[in-house]
Each structure stands twice: as C-alpha cells, then as structure tokens.
Write a protein that binds this ligand. Structure first.
Ligand code: M6R
Length: 608
C-alpha cells in the first residue's frame, strides 16, 4: 500500500527519498513522486507506474535540496496517473503534501474550497488536504496543518513541507502508520521502518492523533491540542540484510526457505517440555483468566484468516473451547455478541491491516480481552492489544505471505497447547505435541531440499487455467491457502474447498484439464479423502496429492504425489503449506509474473 518517506538534514534529499521508496516497493503501488525544497521553491517530480519511471525522469532533472518528501501511491481516489501521483501542492504552490489513507469528507471540503476559488489538478483527496492546509497557512506550517486536521474525517498518515519554512517537515497520523527516524543531526519520517533502516535504527512510533515537527536541530511530537507529547525512542532489531534478497531471485523464495529458522524462532523459549505446556507470558493472562474464557473469536484477513481457521481446529480439538473465526472486515461492522468471558485473538503479519485493527478496537470497546499474534514489532495492532505474542518470523517483504503464515500456525499451536493443558490434556500428550512441534523446522528443511520435485510439477501444470485445492479437517484451510497463494501471484483462477463439499457443486468443473490438488496426509479422515480422490479420478481430473511418507493407496490413484514427513495430525498444515507455497512460486515464475509485487495487491492493507 502507499509509502511515505521524508527527510531533513545536511545531505541531498533526492537520493535518500528514492532509496527509501525503493525499500517500500514491496508494499505495492502504482505511481511515485518526490518534492524537494531549495532556495527556489518546491520542486516536484512524479510519474505513473513503477519507481523506475520516476528515476528516469530524475536522471535529467534532479532537484537539489536537503529537505523533502517522497511517496509511492496505491490508487484509491482517482486512477493511477501522473497528475494523481503524490506529492500534491496547495493553491499557491508553496505547500507539498504526501498522504496515505482516505479523507472521507474530501468531497464536501473540495466543494467548499472550489466555491472559494480553488482549482484542482487531480481527482485526489490528498490535493484537497493540501489546499485546505494552504488556506490556514499564514506563517506557521505546524499550526496550519493542525488547524486543517480538525476539519478532516478519515484515515491519514501525512508529511508536509512548505517553501517558506525550508527547514521543517510536519507529519501527522490518524489510522495510518507513521514513524520518526532519529538520526545523527538528521531526521526522517516514514510509513515503514524499512525505508529508513539504512540511516538509523532509532525510531519513534506515532500514535493516532499525533503530529511530529522535524527540523535540522531536532524533532518534537505533539497532538492537535498540546504542543508537546513525550514519546519513547525504540530500537529496531532487524538489520538491512533481513530486508534484502540475499542471493535469492525473489523475496518470496527467500522467505519460503527461511521457514526452518523462522518457525524455530516463533517457538523458541515458549515450550516447556517437562511440563508439557507452553509459557506465553506476553498474553498477559493468568491461568485463572485463561480458564475463565468460555468462547474464543479469532479475527484476521487473507492468509492470516486461513491460519485462524487452523487455530479453530486446534483449539477446539485440544482445549474443547468453542472458537469462531471472523473476517475482520465483517466483524467490525456486525453486532457481535461479546462479553468479558470471550477472548478475541487478532492475527496479523503486518500489524497494520486496517480491518483487523478496527476489529481489535471494536472488541475492546465491547469489553472483550483482545490479544494479538503479530509479526511486526511496534506495529499498531501490537501496541493496541491487551497482550499477545510476537511471531518473530523476521521481516516479510514478499506480498504473498509464507513464513508468517507458518509462524502464525505455530503460535496458535502454542496457544492451543496452553489452553488444553489448563483443561484436560495430559502432561504426556502435551509432551508429545511439543516434540512434534520441535521436529517441524527440520521436517520443513527436508521438504525444501526437495524443491526441484515441486519445480517439475510446476513445469507440468503451469499452463492450467484453473485449479482446485481440496482438503479435510484441519487441512481444509490449507486448501484455501494453497488456492490463495496460486491465484495471487500467478493469476490462475484457483478455489479451495473441503474435499467432501466438492460433490455439492465444484465437481461440475472437473474434466481432463482440471488439476486438483489434494492435501491428504494419513490422518483421521484419510479413508474419506481416498473416496474423494476416487470421485475426481472417475471424472478424469488430474490429481496431485500431498501424502504422508509411505502412503501407497493414494499414490496409486494420483497422477503426481509429493510426500510429507509424518507429524501430529494437527500440525500437518505447517508441512503441507510449504510445497504449496513452492508450487505457486514456480508456477508464477514460469508464467513470467512479478512474484514479489503481484498486480493490484499491497503488502499491508491500511485502508478499508
Ligand atoms: O498483515 P496481515 O497479516 O494482517 O495481512 C492480511 C492479508 O492482507 C494478507 O494475508 C494477504 O492476504 C496476503 N496477500 C496473503 O498472501
């Protein structure tokens, strides 16, 4: 989604801004631009399309100046054209604004400004905001921004500069992430730490309603009423290498291959083998409190929602606590039945997904305890929940979530174990589960060592126009996730279904051209899924099956099989998802798709 970077200091701003935008390319965008101030006013350069188009323009006309703002835009109001790209200027051309989010009352403000003689050059809500700030500006940019923000409704992360205050960047946040980078005699603003990480690891996270004023000699955080708010400076732990490709062709492939380590990091320090349980201090919930919950709601979006479904199977099976899984986008506008005996678990890789954040706020507003399973440290959801676990999967840059998914499932397995041990799971069963969890990183490695097998399957099937994924029980969500991975990066139409549900409709699609991927480990529903494989075979469907090592029955029926190491039934999703990730990856590469930045998608969806 849109990216913001801003700079004030002694160095030339243009290259710092462009490098920052490059680091945020993974978020997804469709135009880019920068504004830099020097003695001759605000210089704006922008271009529709990829950052390379902007860089080409800058080769012939690089603006000088040591203060500036840069933006990658993911279109919401108006098409992804150069005029709609940010930065936008106010009526006088002195003030430049970049903006993430949506100003909901922009239409009303635009009309009022037009009646007062304002002319607009774009269709964007951001230009409206720039003009509004311009109207308030007499000689103090900070106050002009604060005054304008009283008038706007909606979500924003903004950075503003003005040619008449050539040493100041003003930033503000409401519902769209923003942080300040504290350097040595220089200051940054960014919507994503990766944009500034090569310059500083000291950051100040802004909260909703806060503004920051950055000057060459320091910065100050304030809100709309008070001119000073005390904020801690946080240190970012990950370094540049974690956001670089490290020899892999794509971030997605690198992240798939990091899973032995990322899952190990998720589990590390939490598993108490002797006691057969998990220690989850971050949840901030005592054993008595955990025992008191008589219902759990897990809320998330996309891939994280699929992890939530796996969590539902795990928690109900192991701890016998009823679980509902809700799309965060639906939960936030429903009238959910919640009370203080209901635990809400929000799952998010980025910790910034607007719908999931809104669901957390709604849950808390209604008196429920909300905890988070979040990957990005210091993200908004992580800061707003009552407690939670960091996934510790490391930075995930590829738009298609892979390692974060398996870390989410690993975290949910630990939550299930903890709850189950407080109910009726025996210490011996708990120990078995822990041993199975601890074996997973090595088992993932064994699967990754056989990536060429998956590559061969991708070569065979990459021209398919459609694909069906089928699984049962805890592997039904894996079918959903396999289908999502394939469609989002290769643009092949794919659907996931519970295998038995196929005969109620999707079976009509099956013919000799339809690849059908079965997730069919040797578990409690194995014999049932064998029947489903037979049904597909009978209609000449092309069966690709993920089976447990030693399986012969399905191997006889399937056109292709890939074997998975033996594990606990409830943990098969972690192993089964790995070959499915690789399959989507290789198919997308063979089809010439942009794996890390698939069309129309954003890494972190910070608008509704
Ligand atoms: O950052 P989050 O986990 O909250 O993101 C949720 C979804 O937007 C995300 O999982 C999305 O579906 C990915 N493209 C999946 O690969």
């Amino acid at each position: 989604m849109c990216g913001i970077v801003g700079y004030v200091g002694p160095r030339q701003a243009t290259s710092i801004l462009v490098d920052g935008l490059r680091r945020m390319e993974y978020r997804g965008y469709d135009s880019a631009g920068i504004a830099v101030i020097n003695g001759t006013g605000v210089k704006i350069r922008k271009a529709a399309g990829k950052l390379s188009a902007l860089v080409d323009k800058l080769k012939t006309e690089t603006p000088d100046g040591t203060i500036g703002v840069g933006h990658t835009r993911w279109a919401t109001h108006g098409a992804p054209t150069t005029p709609n790209a940010h930065p936008h200027l106010d009526q006088t051309g002195r003030i430049a604004v970049i903006h993430n989010g949506i100003i909901e009352n922009a239409g009303t403000i635009r009309k009022a400004l037009q009646m007062r003689g304002h002319n607009f050059k774009s269709e964007t809500d951001t230009e409206v905001l720039a003009h509004l700030i311009g109207e308030y500006d007499t000689d103090n940019l900070e106050e002009a921004v604060a005054s304008a923000l009283w008038d706007v409704e909606g979500a924003y992360g903004i950075a503003v500069i003005c040619s008449e205050e050539p040493g100041t960047v003003v930033a503000a946040r409401n519902g769209s992430p923003l942080l300040i980078g504290v350097g040595d005699g220089e200051y940054f603003v960014a919507s994503d730490a990766s944009a500034i990480l090569e310059h500083t690891r000291s950051v100040v996270y802004l909260d909703d309603g806060e503004m920051a004023v950055l000057k060459r000699d320091g910065y100050r955080v304030r809100n709309l009423t008070e001119t000073h708010v005390e904020k801690p400076v946080n240190q970012i732990e990950w370094d540049l290498a974690t956001i670089e490709r490290g020899g892999y062709d794509h971030f997605m492939l690198k992240e798939i291959f990091e899973q032995p380590e990322s899952l190990h990091n998720t589990l590390r320090g939490h598993l108490l083998e002797d006691e057969g349980t998990a220690r989850l201090r971050g949840l901030n919930l005592s054993d008595d409190e955990l025992k008191r919950f008589d219902r759990i709601i897990i809320t998330a979006c996309g891939t994280s929602w699929h992890a939530a479904l796996i969590g539902e199977y795990m928690i109900e099976e192991m701890a016998r606590v009823p679980v509902e899984v809700e799309y965060a986008s639906e939960f936030r506008y429903r009238n959910p039945v919640l009370d203080d005996r209901c635990l809400v678990i929000a799952i998010s890789q980025s910790g910034e997904t607007a719908d999931t954040l809104a669901a957390v706020r709604e849950a808390k507003r209604r008196g429920a305890r909300a905890v988070g399973l979040v990957n990005v440290v210091g993200s908004t959801i992580a800061r707003e929940v009552d407690g939670g676990l960091y996934l510790r999967a490391g930075a995930e840059i590829g738009v298609a979530s892979t390692k974060a998914f398996n870390s989410q499932v690993g975290a949910l397995a630990m939550v299930s174990l903890r709850l189950a041990r407080l109910k009726n799971l025996s210490v011996l069963q708990g120990r078995d589960f822990i041993r199975a969890l601890n074996r997973l990183p090595d088992q993932i490695k064994q699967i990754l060592d056989r990536a060429p097998e998956i590559e061969r399957l991708a070569t065979k099937y990459h021209k398919a126009g459609n694909c069906l994924y089928l699984g049962r029980g805890v592997n039904f969500p894996v079918a959903l996730e396999g289908a999502l991975k394939l469609k989002e990066i290769s643009y092949i139409h794919a659907e996931g279904y519970p295998a038995a549900e196929m005969k109620h409709g999707p079976i009509a699609l099956i013919d000799e051209n339809m690849p059908v991927v079965f997730i069919a480990p040797k578990d409690a529903v194995y014999s049932k899924i064998v029947s489903n494989v037979e049904e597909v075979k009978a209609r000449k469907g092309r069966v690709i099956a993920l089976v447990t090592e030693g399986d012969v029955e399905i191997a006889k029926l399937a056109e292709d099989t890939f074997t998975l190491p033996q594990t606990h039934d409830l943990l098969t999703p972690i192993l089964a998802s790995v070959p499915l990730q690789l399959f989507s990856y290789y198919v997308a590469v063979l089809r010439g798709c942009n794996v890390d930045q698939p069309r129309n998608l954003a890494k972190s969806v910070t608008v509704e």
